[in-house]
Design a protein around this ligand. Structure first.
Ligand SMILES: *Cc1c(COP(=O)(O)O)cnc(C)c1O
Length: 355
């Protein structure tokens, strides 16, 4: 049976990415060797990492003065690397969920943190709107897409200070103005590649202004100087990332990805709103187009397990909501075809007809 992969992360990759990665695991760049067993210092892998950085710059319109890095440690390591390198005295953060909370916790190790707003009071089911970004902070940090709760900020804030953004789960799903940011980071396993690599876009001029000593591996300047090859980089996820980036470009770039993502999300939200059995869990204006969270309406709450079994029997995979939200979460990343959304909607309709 055809499986429809709605996992939140690691998550679906394009068939092109999977096939090309599998090919390279067998025979990498006609070397007669596997990607898994060759030096990252060889000219073949150097070409891979160079093209991946160049394509990221091209697809995201990264201006001069910024570097694209491919680092280990996940987005979670960036929670500490960002303040380590950028926080002089004070930073501003908005708390929109678990990942933002984790980022705030790390930043507090390095200086004063002003939490400008939080939606914790309502289980992070909305994005706070009325807040002021202080002009005396070094940067303003936000999480563009809250993977667990299904809320998203789809446009750049109008900030009086440089911004830093955790775009782990919606990078390459919208165009944004890189020049407003000092740092953008994204774990690859949501919208790009297998887990193991994090894309970091860092502004060169933002570095070198803190007094604290920075361990070599945690200093962005180390990785800039060495082209992400100070130590052995995660070669396989970087290779897969390049395949996905090539695919994005060939398909029409970020604009086209966004068009498809908006269409898929609208289809599913329309069904959630129409279907008597279900309702969405977040404020309508903040609905994520990447992670769609929904629950059974209270009068049908006892059907949750049945629907899960029914959907699973029809090939739906990974639609269980995060344990902190419950219900269902369908992740509609770039690689997810429209047919999978249609299949899920079909399940919802069919299940409604039975009840
Ligand atoms: C998944 C996720 C993270 C954590 O990523 P790791 O690579 O596991 O450290 C951080 N932020 C967001 C928004 C995420 O979706």
């Amino acid at each position: 049976m055809k499986k429809h992969n709605f996992y939140a992360g690691p998550s679906i990759l394009t068939p092109y990415t999977i096939q090309k990665t599998a090919d390279a695991v067998i025979n990498f760049a006609d070397t007669g060797l596997s990607l898994l067993e060759v030096s990252h210092r060889g000219k073949e892998f150097q070409a891979v990492i160079d093209e991946a950085a160049a394509l990221t710059k091209e697809l995201l319109n990264v201006p001069e003065g910024y570097h694209v890095l491919f680092l280990g440690g996940g987005a979670s390591l960036q929670f500490c690397m960002v303040p380590f390198n950028l926080l002089k005295k004070k930073a501003a953060y908005i708390n929109t969920g678990t990942w933002a909370t984790n980022a705030i916790k790390e930043a507090k190790l390095f200086g004063e943190v002003e939490v400008v707003a939080s939606s914790e009071d309502n289980k992070f089911n909305y994005i706070p709107k009325d807040f002021v970004i202080p002009t005396d902070a070094d940067y303003f940090h936000y999480t563009s897409n809250n993977t667990i709760y299904g809320t998203e900020t789809r446009k750049d804030y109008d900030s009086p200070i440089p911004m830093v953004c955790d775009m782990s789960s919606d990078i390459f799903s919208r165009e944004f103005d890189v020049s407003k940011y000092e740092c953008i980071y994204a774990g690859a396993q949501k919208n790009l590649a297998p887990s193991g690599v994090t894309i970091v876009i860092i502004k060169e001029d933002a570095l070198g202004h803190v007094d604290r000593p920075i361990p070599t591996m945690l200093d962005y300047r180390t990785h800039i100087k060495k082209g992400s090859m100070f130590n052995t980089p995660p070669v396989l996820p970087i290779y897969s990332a390049l395949m996905t980036l090539r695919y994005y470009k060939e398909q029409g770039g970020v604009k086209e990805m966004e068009r498809r993502d908006l269409e898929k999300a609208a289809m599913l939200y329309d069904e959630i709103d129409r279907n008597k059995l279900f309702r969405g869990t977040v404020a309508e204006e903040d609905r994520s187009i990447m992670n769609v969270c929904f629950v059974m309406n209270p009068e049908y709450a006892e059907l949750e397990k049945d629907f899960m079994e029914f959907a699973t029997s029809k090939g739906m995979v990974g639609i269980k909501g995060h344990r902190s939200v419950g219900g269902f979460r369908a992740s509609l990343y770039n690689a997810l075809p429209k047919e999978s959304v249609q299949a899920l909607i079909g399940c919802m309709k069919e299940f409604e007809a039975k009840h």
